[in-house]
Design a protein around this ligand. Structure first.
Ligand code: G4P
Length: 526
């Protein structure tokens, strides 16, 4: 194996996703502790932004600034290079999370044992399913009373629409939680309440050994054997390939806060989670082991300080090796660019790096050269497939409130959309601009940033819309007919694609019924 291959195969790039409060921050922190990346608990607080009142977005932005450092957390563990990509906890920034998911090779989902599958988890899982991202599930807060584990497994399968396979199994729960049987490593992991140290782990290959009674008592031992028999009967043995294809999710139980079950999760994760996977570009499939560097921008983080208008563009390296001060092609501009201070992210420190490998993320200081989805290569004309846009949930007309600053407004809107702050649609009937977002906060962010960074003033006007659907059809006549009939509701997105703005679910259903040859998509990637 070449050096390059070795570097790539030891990389694990993933994100932890969950509904707010399920324990993502705590789990991240414990993983970093294992990697020696941090030394004290309580160091990862960036996700706490979600706890702020929704109206206080300035506070949120301030903290978002801090979170640049935790956008990517890299660390070494057991010979593996692990990159955790942070995702914003606040649901109004869900679009950021969707995009981050395009840059990971796998995902860990944290679920609260008492709450089960919650809305945001469900939504994020849809994105994983679309992309066939392998997922592992960590059922957290086992030290608290929660749902029956078998019921929970059923719920996970039903709600997340994925098969599951437990790799550890809890012994009692809540106050009387005793630990887990680790089916993956064949170990008995005993939990000591209120002791925040690493699990006491005992080799335990034969669950029928009377030793089990000695550790957990007669009734729990009997129950555990019964449960395990049921599991082995109901859930087929984990087939790594089906996990890698995103069809089966291994499940672990534990308590992140008590650092229980986390190391077991990590040990299994590094062994079975995928190293960087081939990525589809428009022209061809790009394999990570290819010598030539390729990558794409999946996130742009703007510095909100008007005196230092600069951004960091985050590049996911898809193949080969990225090097400092080497010329690369910015495909959209057809121009060579080189970067003298690319940063990598180790633990919570940003540092300049000389080289990085497929799977890694590097941050490039940017002054407006990049937009989300841009491709960089060693010279090849290559376009990584667009990151999906999802139909926004909220829409408003954006109007110019200061006629002297029309140009500034135009530029501001363009750049903010390139950064992926929200989506712009231009109504083809009246030429008015419509901004679509997933949350109210984004409107406030846009208005503030237009004023402070571009000196432009905007105002919002209400528009009653239900969904934006990207439409396509092989039947040209029907498509033309549809566009004519619905001309008042037709818009173009930033890429010039046709979008139908449905003002109600009923209208949308009628349209789908009346125009059978037209496909209505709720994401821009189809
Ligand atoms: P999030 O990033 O997914 O939103 O969740 P976070 O880790 O912030 O955890 C949410 C709350 O749940 C925190 O409590 C955290 O301490 C608690 N928690 C996490 N894991 C466990 C666990 O295994 N058992 C129990 N009992 N609690 C857990 P908080 O009071 O909201 O925050 P904090 O003041 O403790 O930081």
């Amino acid at each position: 194996m070449s050096e390059l291959d070795k570097e790539i195969h030891r990389r694990r790039t993933f994100a932890i996703i969950s509904h707010p409060d399920a324990g993502k921050t705590t789990l991240t922190e414990k993983l970093l502790l294992f990697g020696g990346a941090i030394h004290v608990a309580g160091a990862v607080k960036s996700n706490k932004i979600k706890k702020t009142a929704t109206s206080d977005w300035m506070e949120i932005e301030k903290q978002r600034g801090i979170s640049v450092a935790t956008s990517v957390m890299g660390f070494e563990y057991d010979g593996y290079k692990i990159n955790i990509l942070d995702t914003p906890g606040h649901q109004d920034f869900a679009e950021d999370t969707f995009r981050t998911l395009t840059a990971v090779d796998s995902v860990i989902i944290a679920v609260d044992v008492a709450k089960g599958v919650e809305t945001q988890t469900r939504k994020l899982m849809e994105v994983c399913r679309m992309r066939k991202t392998p997922v592992m599930i960590f059922v957290n807060k086992m030290d608290r009373d929660g749902k029956d584990p078998f019921d929970l497994l059923d719920e996970l399968e039903e709600e997340l629409k994925i098969k599951v396979r437990p790799l550890s199994w809890p012994i009692d729960s809540g106050q009387s939680f005793r630990g887990v049987y680790n089916l993956y490593q064949e170990k008995l992991d005993l939990y000591t309440p209120s002791k925040q140290t690493v699990t006491e782990s005992i080799e335990f290959k034969d669950i029928n050994s009377p030793e089990l009674e000695r550790h957990i008592g007669d009734s729990l031992a009997a129950k555990l054997r019964e449960d395990i028999e049921l599991i082995e009967g109901v859930y087929p043995e984990l087939d790594i390939d089906t996990y890698l294809q995103g069809e089966v999710a291994p499940v672990f139980f534990g308590s992140a806060l008590n650092n229980f079950g986390v190391k077991e999760l990590l040990d299994c994760f590094v062994k079975i989670a995928p190293s960087p996977r081939p990525i589809e570009a428009v022209e061809r499939v790009v394999k990570p082991e290819e010598e030539a560097f390729t990558g794409f921008i999946f996130k742009i983080h703007a510095n909100m300080d008007p005196n230092h208008r600069s951004c960091i563009a985050f590049v996911k390296i898809c193949s080969g090796k990225f090097e400092r001060n080497v010329n690369y092609k910015h495909v959209r501009f057809n121009r060579q660019m080189r970067f003298s201070s690319p940063t990598a992210f180790m633990a919570q420190k940003k540092e300049t790096v000389d080289e990085a490998f497929a799977g890694d993320i590097v941050g490039l200081p940017d002054t407006g050269n990049f937009k989300i989805g841009d491709t960089l290569t060693s010279g090849e004309e290559l376009h990584f497939k667009g990151l999906p846009s999802f139909s926004p949930e909220m829409f408003k007309y954006i109007e110019n409130a200061d006629p002297m600053k029309t140009k500034q407004l135009q530029k501001g809107i363009d750049q903010l959309m390139d950064e992926g702050v929200a989506q712009l649609f231009v109504n083809q009937f009246n030429g008015r601009k419509i901004i679509g977002t997933v949350g109210q906060l984004q409107f406030e962010v846009i208005q503030y940033r237009l004023l402070h960074e571009y000196g432009a003033q905007c105002k919002w006007e209400p528009i009653n819309l239900f969904k934006a659907c990207w439409i396509e059809s092989d039947n040209e006549d029907e498509l033309e007919n549809f566009k004519k009939r619905k001309s008042q509701y037709m818009a173009k997105d930033k890429e010039g694609r046709d979008v139908f703005l449905a003002d109600s679910n009923y209208v949308l259903m009628m349209a789908q019924q009346d125009f059978k040859d037209i496909r209505f998509h709720f994401t821009s990637e189809f």
